[in-house]
Design a protein around this ligand. Sequence first.
Ligand SMILES: [Zn+2]
Length: 125
Amino acid sequence: MAPPSGSRTVAHVEYFDDLDPACLRGHIEIEGHAFSKLWDICEARQLTVIADVHTHSGSSVQQSYIDRDNPMVARVEHVALIVPHLATRRVKPRHVGVHQYFGNGEWASWFGRNAARRLSIRRWA
Ligand SMILES: [Zn+2]
């Protein structure tokens, strides 16, 4: 089945701590050199960063004020996904917080059924 029109598909994943081994400090703090690596990878593979994913320890998948004020990629339409329980449990799309950046600190967020309408999770073959 083809994805709906306007949808974007994840073709590659880069992990924050592969880009910056010192980034996990109880929170995620990525140094500029890591973004240089990321942009080089994207250029070599002719890819664009469309989303980032991080976890929260509890069940809340709402953005913290730090999440809202510091988009990983401050590009319009960038999507930030938040997975609950440190991703230690089986995750369904309705469990994920879907947050889309619109620039100037503006975000739209979807949860539950509305998040599931915007997120399809499949295994890679
Ligand atoms: Zn967060």
